[in-house]
Structures are given as C-alpha cells and as structure tokens.
Design a protein around this ligand. Structure first.
Ligand code: HDE
Length: 742
C-alpha cells in the first residue's frame, strides 16, 4: 500500500541555527595573543614570498588570494559553502525526484561532499604511523660560530619555531600508545636558512648498520603477512627470528627490552640524533657531532604490567598527556646537547663513530648544552599538521652536514621518497606545516596541487632577463669536502664487527631492578615465539652479553641445557660502566609534571583534600579526583567535591601516586567494588607511593596490603601532606619488587 510520504524538512529540526557555526572553544584564533603565564610565541622568521598563496604557517584558518588578500575558511564564517564557494541551501537532504527518490546526479553539492569524503585518507607512514605533535620554539644558548655557520647557532637568545612529532614505530595509526617500542622524536626547526629536520629516536642506537636491511627489519617486526597479527608488538616469531640472525642488533635489543621502550610519557623521554653528523664553520672546518635531547622533567618509565593495563584503560595515554600538559600551560621542555669530537677522538675511540649501533658514553665525551626547546602549542588540526608534516634527514641548513654513516646515507634517500607516496605530490613543501618560514625562491613548478609557481616569464636560470634568484656560493649549503677512496664493493667494515661489548656495557650499567625488567621483557617476548629454535638462538646471543642474564632467561623459559654462546666475530670486552645509561640512577627526585590520583568517597574532610591539592600543585604536579560517581562525592561539611573520573574509568595505572581519602563506611563499600580493589592492589603492586586516611584501612586490608608495609605507605593525618609529597618524589617504592613480580 502506498503511503503518502510525510516530507520532513530536517533543517527545521536544527536546535539553534547559530549553533551550527559555533567556534570550537579550544580554537585559538589569534596565535599572537599572549596567554597569561605563557612566554611570548616565537616570532615568525622571514617573510612570505610575494607569489605565495599559502596560509600563514602559524594560522591554518587563513588562505591568501592571488591579489594578496586574505580569505577565511568555512569554519570562521556563517554560511556553509561548497568547496567552490557556492552557498549551500540544504545540507540535510540530497536532491531527489519527489521525496522518496531516486537521487539526481546533478546534485553537485552531494557529489562533491561524498567525493571528498571518499578521498579523506592518505597512506599512513610505513613506519612511525602513530604519532602526536606539537608546536614550540627553540632558544639558542650561545654563539657557536667557532663550530658551525648554521644560522640557528650564531646568536644567543635566538628563537626558532619548531614542530615536534613523537611516535611509536611498529604499530599502525590506530594502535595503542604503550607498545613496547622505540619512540620517534622528530624535530623540524624552521630556521632563517631553511628547515632543519633532526629526525631522531628516544634510543641512541639502532637495530642495523646498513640501510639495505631496513625493509627486512621492518617486515619482521610488523604483523606477520599471512595472519596480519600481532599489531604493534615485537613479541612474535618473525621479529625474533630476524633479530637472532642479526647479531648487530644486540645492543639495540638491550635498549628495547629495557624500560626505555615503555616511557611514562613523551615528556619524560630523552631524544637522540643517533648518527654522527658534522658541524661546518665558515672556513669549512668540520667537527663531528652527536645530538641529544634531555627532558627537563627527568626520565620516567612505566612497568610492563602497567603498560598492558594502560593500553586497555587509555590507549591514548601518551597523546592525552601531551595535550593536557600543553593546554594547561605546563609546557614540556628539553635541552639540546651536543657531543663534539674531532678525527683524533674518532680514531682513538673503541668503536667506529659511523656505526649507528654504537654510542659514545657521556662519561667519555660529556655533552655541551646548546639550547632548549619548549613545546607550547597544540596544532589547530591534527591532519593538516601532525599527519602531513614531512620529516626528512636530508633537510640540513648550511653549517650542518652528514657523515658517511651508511644508515644515514640510506635515510637521506628514503625520507624524500616516502613523502611522495604519502602526500601524493612533489609539492608537499607547499603545505604550510612543511613550508620554510624564511624567504625561499626556486624554479620548481607545476605538478599536483602546485600553490606557488614562478610568476612572470622567467622560470629558468641563467636567463637574459636579469631576473630571478641565483645561487650564492658564499651563503649556500656546501658539503664538507671529504676525499673518499677505495674499491667499489659490498662490504661491512671490520670496525663495525663488535656486536656485544656495548650491549654488555648497557646491561651492566643498569640498576638491579632495571636488569630484572630486561630479563622479564626478554622472557615475555621469547615466550611468545612458537619456534623453540628461535628462543635458543637468542639465549646463545645473551650468553655473549651477560652469562648470568642468559641463564636467568633460559631458566624462566624452561630451557634445560644452555646452548653454546653464539659465534662472535669479536668477543665482548668489559667496558667501563656508564651510569648515564640508567633511568633509575638518574631519578628526577621531584614530582613535577607527575599526576596524583585521589580516591574519595562521601563523608570525607575537605581540609585534607585542599591541603594535598595545594602541596602537590605547588610542586608542579597535577591532582585528579576519583569518586564512585563521576558527579563527585559529598564531603562531611556538605559541600560537593567534583570528580575528574569515576572509579570504573580511572584505574591507578593512570597515576604516578595515589591517595585514598576514605572514611570507614566508604572504604567498606569500595572493598566490594572490583575497580576499587584493583585500584589499590595495582597501585601497591606497581610500587606506587600510597597515602591513606585511617578510614581507608578496610579497603587496603581487603587486598592483603598492610598499612605499615613499607616506607611507601604514608598514613595521612591532616598535617603531613608535605611528607607524602617528599615520599612521592622517589616515584616508586622499589623494595616491593622483592616480594611482588612486576
Ligand atoms: Fe626512519 N623512516 N628510517 N629512522 N624515522 C621514517 O619516513 C628509514 C631510522 C624516524 O614523525 C619514514 O616520513 C630508513 C633511524 C622517525 O614523521 C621512512 C631507515 C631513526 C620517523 C623512514 C630508518 C629513524 C621515521 C616513514 C634505515 C632514528 C618518523 C615515514 C636506514 C635516528 C618521522 C616517513 C615522523 C620515519 C625510513 C631508520 C627515525 C620510510 C630507510 C635510525 C622519528 O622514510
């Protein structure tokens, strides 16, 4: 039976037409506005080229017309238009014959909308797909003209805009943050003489020595090709098969099995340029350099058991952390340091400085602090900036040059090549996030999405018109004039042959707790390998690194008889220990930038809560309240305490320390709640410092936790918030690991 259609005009159902064009409250329309308590934003370097139609790099919402006039994009104006600028009358109904169709192909607005949607995705990065970025600035400490003519290092106090992208390596874009993995630490400096990309990691060495092995290494760690799992994990046969057949990776293996591979947040990580680079001065004299980033807040990692649970509770833990810190004005900061050395040092050093599987211990070559980087602004749009940023190791300004490290040489090809695949056009430098912020002028033209072609008649040089930019041998980038010699051949140098000494040095420089974490990680990962032969081959390598470690891993894996140590081109030497390699030996000893989770229930005293909040906030820490209901808890004095989280959604793994402000009734009630029981038992097992009111005892006891178990259990009596904070500064009560397996 035909029913007469009731025609509904969806537009009339809009609650508030004005609301449709509401401006995002988080949007910062004017990036030059000084925020209270913030430093002034970095000034833009240089000026726009006259022909540029690009958006101002700092303001993604403006585009420039051919005549130089600025246009706002749709989000800032009232009337919805098509991408061609045609005002749209109805965005709720497609154009149909009658009310029930069929639809008409002449509906250009509908087709344009779907067409664009269909093409929204670009290929994710083949490695480092999951990443998160922020804007900031770099401040140069001192003039380094005696070392380099790089403009960024000529003036103390020089401010250079930067964009940083942190990433995991193996997982896809939608994977979780707390994978056991290397973290990318890529920095783009928009200098006055072109972009400088320092595309580093949070680990100072790499798996392989020659770029030709990179595809194999990445294939091995990524999900296995037939079954397409495991995602974002190295704990599988293919990875360990490749690794156990690649002895040069052993040093890196020690690092990724250590706590470095499960950082607490991007803010608590070091960064490393990994390779040896060159600084070149105005007289073309060269100094070798390794770059290091040191986090102002110190280093911190999570436990593996925490990482697994964080991934479930908040897969975006690291990106949320960076977002929250920056949005609340707690701008993370790193110091850039340089290890500088000459050829004589390189010749006398135990290892080849071109070998990217080796580091130079800071005790042997203390780094020189040269500047600081502050991240103070989140991108306006994730895709436009974080996703489309194109880092390339080849981006070096005059005064910075490459060494012959074969990995670096290979990277210099790969990064440019990959951008074409990912961003789809050789004009990716026209995107505001990739464009230099200094004047630029060249004769490259045309291609997909060309935004600034040469204007006028001249598009080549030399020309008779006397126009256009010319090269400048004095200012331009000059490669350091080395004189390579030797036969053309495929060979690894003998100086790259020692694969075990620095692996041993790293392992032995860790504290006993960190060594235990390495053993646990190796055991876990190898336990996921189905092929016993791979486990045994790995244990044979571990024998070369540290026999006791190998025996403990073998014992945990149930390997009855120890294999022979792996054949080594060179046996491991006992190098001096390097305490700088340990996280725990270099603890921050403060709680700044960390997070206290306070579990409250109805009936508590507000004075203690306020005291804790004031004490921890004065330290630069964040205090978040967790209650049985997200609406909050009613205090003894009748006031409502708003909660940040409901207990079901805020396990203690999300916090660096916890306080239990409970009365006896509340504690008894929470002792029956699984999330609350997990909250305290995990906090204790993860060695967190725990403060608690006397009333909280039933909840602790329900989990078998003695209130006087150790120095990390702090009874809160209303006067000792300072004592609690002092205990929290050590971050963990490690003695508990003697009784609990972490
Ligand atoms: Fe990368 N790497 N890489 N890599 N890498 C990429 O470039 C490559 C290496 C690093 O946030 C890709 O734009 C080769 C070492 C970071 O956008 C690709 C080799 C180090 C990022 C690529 C290496 C890194 C990448 C994928 C061995 C630390 C993310 C997407 C020769 C010093 C940058 C892209 C971002 C990304 C190639 C080894 C760091 C395919 C061939 C060593 C932080 O070009």
């Amino acid at each position: 039976r035909q029913v007469a259609p009731r025609v509904i005009d969806q537009r009339q159902q809009q609650i508030d037409p004005a609301g449709r064009h509401r401006i995002d409250p988080d949007h910062r329309p004017d990036t030059n506005t000084k925020q209270p308590g913030s430093i002034p934003p970095a000034p833009e370097v240089g000026r726009l080229t006259p022909t540029s139609q690009e958006a101002r790099v700092h303001d993604q919402t403006l585009t420039r017309g051919a005549g130089g006039e600025w246009h706002q994009t749709a989000t800032d104006q009232d009337v919805l238009t098509t991408a061609q600028g045609t005002p749209v009358a109805d965005d709720q109904n497609s154009l149909k014959v009658g009310a029930r169709g069929p639809a008409l192909i002449e509906d250009f607005h509908f087709r344009e909308k779907l067409f664009h949607f269909d093409h929204e995705r670009i290929p994710e990065r083949v490695v480092h797909a999951r990443g998160y970025g922020a804007h900031g600035y770099f401040e140069t400490y001192q003039n380094l003209s005696h070392l380099t003519r790089a403009d960024i290092f000529q003036r103390s106090g020089e401010i250079t805009p930067v964009f940083v992208r942190f990433s995991t390596v193996a997982g896809s874009k939608g994977s979780f943050d707390l994978a056991r993995d290397v973290r990318g630490f890529a920095v783009k400096f928009y200098t006055r003489e072109g972009n400088w990309d320092l595309v580093g990691n949070n680990i100072p060495v790499f798996f392989i020595q020659d770029a030709i092995k990179f595809p194999d290494m990445v294939h091995a760690v990524k999900p296995e090709p037939d079954r397409a799992f495991p995602q974002a994990q190295s704990a599988h046969d293919n990875f360990w098969d490749f690794i156990s057949l690649t002895p040069e990776s052993m040093h890196m293996i020690m690092w990724i099995m250590s706590d470095r591979a499960i950082p607490r947040s991007f803010r608590f990580m070091e960064g490393f340029g990994v390779h040896t680079f060159r600084l070149v001065d105005a007289e073309d004299r060269s100094t070798f350099v390794k770059f290091l980033w040191k986090p102002k807040l110190g280093l911190q990692s999570v436990l593996w058991n925490e990482a697994v649970k964080i991934n479930g509770a908040d897969p975006d833990f690291h990106r949320r952390d960076l977002w929250s810190a920056i949005q609340s004005g707690n701008f993370p900061e790193w110091e850039l340091q340089m290890q500088l050395f000459d050829q004589d040092f390189a010749d006398s050093f135990d290892f080849d400085v071109l070998d990217p599987t080796k580091l130079i211990p800071e005790e042997i070559l203390p780094p020189l602090p040269v500047g600081r980087m502050v991240l103070d602004r989140m991108p306006d749009n994730f895709f436009a900036e974080t996703e489309q940023i194109a880092f390339m190791t080849q981006n070096v300004p005059p005064g910075i040059d490459f060494s012959d490290d074969p990995l670096l040489q290979g990277r210099n090809f790969s990064y440019l090549d990959t951008q074409l695949k990912r961003l789809g056009s050789p004009n990716f430098t026209h995107l505001p996030i990739n464009a230099p912020k200094c004047p630029f002028a060249h004769f490259q033209q045309d291609g997909h999405m060309a935004m600034h072609n040469p204007r006028g008649r001249v598009n080549y040089q030399p020309n008779s018109w006397g126009r256009g930019p010319r090269e400048d041998p004095r200012r331009g980038h000059r490669s350091h004039a080395t004189e390579p010699t030797g036969p053309k051949q495929r060979l690894r140098p003998e100086s790259f042959a020692d694969h075990y000494s620095q692996a041993r040095q790293f392992y032995r420089s860790q504290t006993p707790i960190e060594q235990r974490h390495i053993i646990d990680a190796l055991t876990f990962e190898l336990s996921k390998c189905e092929m016993p032969m791979i486990r045994i081959r790995m244990v044979a390598h571990l024998m070369q690194i540290d026999r006791a470690m190998a025996e403990m891993v073998a014992e945990k894996l149930g390997i009855d008889s120890m294999p022979h140590p792996a054949d080594a081109a060179l046996p491991a030497q006992d190098l001096p220990l390097s305490p700088a390699l340990s996280i725990l030996a270099n603890g921050p000893m403060n709680f700044a930038g960390r997070k206290l989770g306070v579990l409250v229930c109805d009936g508590i005293e507000t004075a203690l809560l306020h005291d804790l909040q004031a004490t921890f906030q004065a330290e630069g820490a964040v205090v978040e309240i967790i209650a049985p209901k997200v609406g909050g808890a009613r205090a003894a004095d009748g006031t409502m305490i708003p909660a940040h989280h409901m207990i079901d959604g805020a396990p203690s793994v999300l916090f660096d320390a916890v306080a239990l402000l409970l009365d006896a009734d509340g504690a008894a009630m929470l002792a029956k709640s699984l999330p609350a029981r997990d909250f305290v038992s995990d906090a204790f097992a993860h060695c967190k410092i725990m403060g608690f009111t006397p009333g909280a005892t039933p909840l602790l006891v329900s989990q078998g936790i003695q209130t006087g178990a150790d120095d990390g259990m702090i009874p809160l009596d209303g006067t000792n918030a300072g004592d609690f904070l002092r205990a929290c500064r050590k971050l963990r009560q490690w003695t508990r690991t003697l009784v609990i397996k972490s």
